[in-house]
Every structure is written in structure tokens, then in C-alpha cells.
Design a protein around this ligand. Structure first.
Ligand code: CP
Ligand code: NVA
Length: 307
């Protein structure tokens, strides 16, 4: 069963194939009406069920549109308005949705909920973000870097900010796809230890530091994310802890001269990133957001055995 709870479920070779497929499909349909299916409709008639227990704009729209463009369709369940919100178990939900859908995507808080869904589903389960990881985001980020910089392996990335779900998946990606990474987080907001040690065990070239300036020195790709992820809104200590981790023009000036700026979005302008950077010439965030669609089309094809 091709579950995609983390990038390592697919592995480097399958991810490389997904990124190629994503870029080829994107190029082939350039200029087409957005809702028009791809000529070959590789997932003709297939159904994706999506469970959202957290907010979303990009993930929700890009997965829905991805299914339409592949010839299939998507059904959305909100945690609060489905029976999950009234206590139906994840296992029973998995059993039922497996009878209606060909794959299930879940966005939730605790990662073990996605794991439990995968355990009981008889169709592939895709992680559309948990508190632990956000592997779909990294597919889009890697596609964007290949498009902007022509290569992924050997490129130098810097993560500045919270050691959160996106950061954990970035660490996994660096190990699987062999790019260099420097991670700068405040001492109390480091990335997940298991992700970090697994990447190091795989031979990843990752420098963990608490100094954003050290991390960004010479970086070709600079990435950040919100200081307050979904579910952390009551955590008052964050603004202070992250005050010196803002990506502004001075930080970008330390990176390679033509460095690419990425942010998964939504951005908190004036906090983790300034307007000048996110709206500036080095920012690739809108292409990055669009690439969620293209990368996830390839992911859906892989999950459903068409790639
Ligand atoms: N980047 C991302 O996952 O965006 P949404 O929260 O809008 O889905
Ligand atoms: N780290 C953020 C990512 C949002 C796409 C969060 O979990 O809220």
C-alpha cells in the first residue's frame, strides 16, 4: 500500500519520478483552462476523500483541482461536521472511507491519527499536514527549486525559524534528495529529534545551529514559516523567542546573491518575513504555492499506482 505519511514512505527514487512527472504535466498544460482535465486522464473516475481537522487554503484547493485535472474527483469532510467530530473512531472512519474512495488525504493535529488511519484503511493515505510533518509541501518546494535553479542535489538550503512540521519534512528531504541544509532554530524550538537523527544516519549534510546568520551564509535557498503554527496560538513565549529569526533584506544579503526565498504560506508579514523579501525579486512563493497542484498530481498518481 502506497501510503504517504512522510517522504521516506516513497523514497528518493519515487520522489524524483514524481518531480519529473509534475514538471512535465505542468508544461504540457500551460495556458489551459484550470478545470480542464489532462489529455490522458490518468485517474479517470478515481475519488479522493479529504479530511480536514485544521484550516487550509492551498492544500484543500490544490488536491481538489489535482483530482479534477487527473480525471477524478474529491470529497471534502470537515472534522467538525463529520462524525469524527462526534467521536466515531479513526479506524471505523478508515474502513468506511475505503469503501467510497480510492485514496484518503488527512490534515490533522497528532501524527498518530494519520498513522492509525493508514493502519485501518485499505486505500492509500496521504498526510496533508500533521503537527509532526508536511511532506506534500516539500514536494512543491523541491519542484520550485529545480525550476528556479535547475538542480536539487548539491544545492544549499537554509531554514530560519521554528523547528516545526515543515522543517521536519525539509530535514527528511535533504537526506533523501541529497541537498545541503543548515537549520537555525531557537534552542527551545528545535526540530524533531527522530527526524534529525534519521537524516544524519542516512549521511545527510545538515548543520544544526541557533544562529540564523551562520545558517544563511552562502545559501542558495532560504526557507522560513510562521512562528506560530496551527494549534499553538496560545503559546505567548514564541514572539520573543523568534525575534532575531526574521528573514529580512539584511538576512537575504548574507545568502548567495541570487538566492531563492521560499515560504509554505500563509505568511505573517512583519513577523517571520518582511514585505520587502516576500514581495521582492528573490521570492518564489507564488510559484511554490502553484506547485502544490502539480506536485500533488504526481503524488496522487504514485499513490494510486499510476506512476
Ligand atoms: N502551505 C499550506 O499547506 O497551506 P494551507 O494551510 O493553506 O493548506
Ligand atoms: N507550520 C504551519 C504550516 C502551515 C501550512 C502550521 O502547521 O500551521
Amino acid at each position: 500500500m502506497r501510503h504517504f505519511l512522510n517522504l521516506s514512505n516513497a523514497g528518493g527514487e519515487a520522489i524524483a519520478a514524481m518531480l519529473n512527472e509534475a514538471m512535465e504535466r505542468k508544461e504540457r498544460r500551460a495556458g489551459w483552462p484550470k478545470g480542464k482535465p489532462d489529455d490522458d486522464r490518468p485517474l479517470d473516475g478515481a475519488v479522493l476523500a479529504m479530511i480536514f481537522e485544521k484550516s487550509s487554503t492551498r492544500t484543500r484547493v490544490s488536491f481538489d483541482l489535482a483530482m479534477r485535472q487527473l480525471g477524478g474527483s474529491a470529497i471534502i469532510l470537515e472534522g467538525s461536521s463529520s462524525q469524527l467530530g462526534r467521536g466515531e473512531t479513526i479506524a471505523d472512519t478508515a474502513r468506511v472511507l475505503s469503501r467510497f474512495a480510492d485514496a484518503i488525504m488527512i490534515r490533522t493535529d497528532h501524527h498518530h491519527k494519520a498513522e492509525e488511519l493508514a493502519e485501518y484503511a485499505t486505500v492509500p493515505v496521504i498526510n496533508g499536514l500533521t503537527d509532526l510533518s508536511h511532506p506534500c509541501q516539500l514536494l512543491a518546494d523541491m519542484q520550485t527549486v529545480i525550476e528556479k535553479r535547475s538542480k536539487l542535489a548539491g544545492s544549499r538550503w537554509a531554514w530560519i525559524g521554528d523547528g516545526n512540521n515543515v522543517c521536519n519534512s525539509l530535514i527528511e528531504a535533504a537526506a533523501l534528495m541529497q541537498f545541503e541544509l543548515a537549520v537555525a532554530c531557537p534552542t527551545e524550538f528545535k526540530p524533531n529529534k527522530i527526524f534529525a537523527s534519521a537524516a544524519v544516519a542516512r549521511g545527510a549534510r545538515i548543520n544544526f545551529t541557533h544562529d540564523p546568520r551562520e545558517a544563511v551564509e552562502g545559501a542558495e535557498v532560504v526557507v522560513t514559516d510562521t512562528w506560530v503554527s496551527m494549534g499553538q496560538e496560545d503559546d505567548q513565549v514564541r514572539q520573543e523567542a523568534f525575534a532575531s529569526f526574521q528573514v529580512d533584506e539584511a538576512v537575504m544579503a548574507l545568502a548567495a546573491p541570487d538566492a531563492t526565498f521560499l515560504h509554505c504560506l500563509p505568511a505573517h508579514r512583519g513577523e517571520e518575513v518582511t514585505d520587502a523579501v516576500i514581495d521582492g525579486p528573490q521570492s518564489a512563493v507564488w510559484d511554490e504555492a502553484e506547485n502544490r497542484l502539480h506536485a500533488q498530481k504526481a503524488l496522487l498518481m504514485w499513490a494510486m499506482g499510476k506512476l
